[in-house]
Structure formats: C-alpha cells, structure tokens
Design a binder for this molecule. Structure first.
Ligand code: MRU
Length: 350
C-alpha cells in the first residue's frame, strides 16, 4: 500500500520564500497503480494538470486554479513584465478554460481576482495571491469536515451508502465531500458500509474511491454502474450520497455522468438521494441546470480501458463527462452550513 491516507493533502502549496513557491499534487491518473506527487511550476502545467485530470474533483480543481493564479503571477514577476495585471488576468482566463463544468474553478479564480484588485505593487499582488491560495487550501479541509458532520446526521444506523464517482479526499484538498459524510458517519457507527459505482468511462469509483476507502478500512463493495437498480430493488442500498460539480440556483445538480441514472433509480425505489458539496459549488448566477456547461471529453476514454481498445474501429462515440440531476430527485444538499432542500439554497446567500 502507498503512504496515502485521508489526512494527506491532495494538493498543497510549497513555499519558496515570500514571493515564490509551487503546487505539489498527487497524480491521480496513476492511482491505484502508483502513488506519486508532481510539482507544478508553470501556468501551462497547471492548465494541463487540470485538463488531463492529474488533479480532478471540483474542490481540488478550484484549489489548483488558486495555485495557478499565484504561479502565473510569480512567472510574470520573474520576467519583469510591464503589463503585469493585464497578463495575469489573461493567465487566469486561460486556466479557467481548462475544464468548464465544475464552477469551483471560476469561483477560486474570482477569489484571486479580488486580491489583484486590492493591491498595488507586483510584489504585494504576488505575496497576497500566495497567501490567499494557502488560505483557500486550508479552508477546504475545514469545510469538508463540517459537511461530514452535517451529513452524518442523515445516515441511518448500519446503513449501506451508495456513491458515484469519487467525491473523496482526492477530489478535494482532504477529507472529501460525499466521502467526508461517509468518514464522519463511520467514526460514529462502524457498522455502515459503502457501495461504490465503478463510474465509466474513467472509473474514478473503481480506481480512486475504493483506493481511499480500503486504506481507511471502511467496508466497501465495488459495483458496476448498471447494477444500482438491482441492489436497490433488493433493499440493499439505504441512502445515496454523491458530490457535485455545479449546483444551479434551483438545486439542479451537475455531477459525474451516470449520477442522473442513479437518482432516477433511487426515486423509483424510495431511496433518499443526497448531494454533498461546499457553497462554492453553488452557482446562484444560473437559474437551472439547463445552463450548466457540460464538458465533452475525448472519445478514447470510452473506446479504451486502460489503454486497450474495447470496441470496433469506426464506431461513433460521444462522451459527456457530466449530467444534470433535476432538483425533484434530490432529498437534500449537504453543505458546510447545514442541509438544505434544493429550493432553499437562496437561504445560504441572503
Ligand atoms: O471528472 P472528475 O473526476 O473531475 O469528476 C468528479 C466528480 O464528478 C465529483 O463527483 C465532483 O467533482 C465532486 S468532488 C467532491
């Protein structure tokens, strides 16, 4: 086994003095075969790390963005650029274009833009972008622990919890959102267990969720995506808890492709379906899920498994990375400030 445990930071700022440093992150494309950290020191590399999913999961992508803004500013300071702020804003836009669905990326970059507006000299901007990135990084873990504590309240004694994709420590800086709920619930009641969906095409459930939970010794059963209705019909699932990439003002929620199918099955079988996500995943600027941009990824993710082609050459492929679960299928949204019905999200922002 690797040295991973859920209190290790998935992504961490490494300081090099007041005006330097870089982002160190666990390379999630290698899990579960290899556990390796990579150091990211340029704007281009941050963009690529997000796009190629070295770092993935909405909150972790957000922190990568915050680190990226600091890295971009450090680069520009080193190059002694004349039009520093203009170039920095271009760099931020570039990082923001790496993946479209998780709103945490633009949220974190906006937090960094506020810093840029507040300070005057290049040095002050660099120093405060670094400090703000570290603040956001540390807050993420605290937020997830609060989500975990609220969420644990809705987990019945001895429950089997179904989750989809990976909304764990590796999708955040640490602890996780949906898996944060699992961790907090397990700390109170070690008779609970998890069913983890494999999550095709990239298999984050099989590769990453089982990696995390087995190391935490939380009893976990891996199932393939098509199996959830079967287990619900056998009354083997008590509750569903998943993460989110973007929640619209009306509670419609984008999460990993296949989540919508799980939610429909849960409704049919009267299994409560919960979202666990920080406030930074809620996008009050959009009315409903139809406005959430859905990332289309490379067809190779569908045509191959671990590099080996699994279908006929010439077949057509389409690969949306996320789907939107309508609010009426969601029993509650577990945040760091409590659990809300989808139509109550405005209370979090008033
Ligand atoms: O494509 P990914 O692996 O970045 O998608 C991740 C998910 O869909 C997660 O469920 C979501 O980001 C929540 S992570 C706490």
């Amino acid at each position: 086994m690797s040295e991973f445990h859920s209190t290790i930071k998935t992504i961490e700022w490494i300081r090099e003095g007041k005006l330097g440093g870089f982002s160190r992150m666990i390379d999630q494309t290698l899990i579960p075969w290899e556990y390796k950290k990579v150091d990211i020191k340029t704007t281009e590399d941050i963009y690529n790390a997000i796009k190629t999913m070295i770092v993935r999961g909405a909150p972790a992508i957000g922190i990568a963005g915050a680190h990226g803004a600091a890295i971009c500013a450090i680069e520009l300071l080193r190059e002694n650029k004349e039009n520093f702020v203009e170039e920095l804003k271009k760099g931020i836009d570039y990082i923001n274009s790496s993946r479209p669905t998780a709103v945490n990326l633009s949220w974190a970059l906006n937090e960094q833009l506020k810093v840029i507006e507040k300070y005057n000299t290049k040095e002050e901007i660099v120093e405060n972008l670094i400090l703000n990135a570290i603040r956001l990084e540390n807050e993420d873990i605290e937020i997830n622990k609060r989500i975990g504590d609220y969420g644990a309240q809705i987990i019945p004694k001895g429950a089997t919890i179904l989750t989809h994709c990976n909304a764990g420590a590796l999708a955040t800086v640490g602890y996780g959102t949906a898996l944060g709920v699992v961790r907090s619930a397990y700390a109170k009641d070690n008779t609970i267990q998890v069913f983890a969906d494999e999550t095709r095409p990239r298999q984050q459930g099989a590769k990453i969720t089982t990696f995390e939970l087995v190391q935490d010794k939380i009893p976990t059963t891996l199932i393939t995506d098509g199996m959830c209705s079967y287990f619900m019909s056998k009354k083997m699932i008590d509750v569903v808890v998943v993460g989110a990439d973007r929640i619209a003002a009306n509670g419609d929620t984008a999460n990993k492709i296949g989540t919508y199918t799980v939610a429909i099955a849960a409704k049919y079988h009267n299994v409560p379906f919960y979202i666990a996500a920080p406030k930074s995943t809620i996008d009050m600027s959009i009315k409903d899920g139809s406005q959430i941009p859905i990332e289309l990824r490379d067809e190779e993710e569908v045509t191959t498994i671990n590099g080996k082609r699994i279908c006929a050459e010439g077949v057509k492929v389409i690969n949306p990375s996320f789907d939107v679960t309508p609010n009426e299928l969601i029993a509650g949204i577990i945040t760091e400030e409590g659990i809300f019905k989808p139509n109550e999200l405005h209370k979090l922002f008033s």
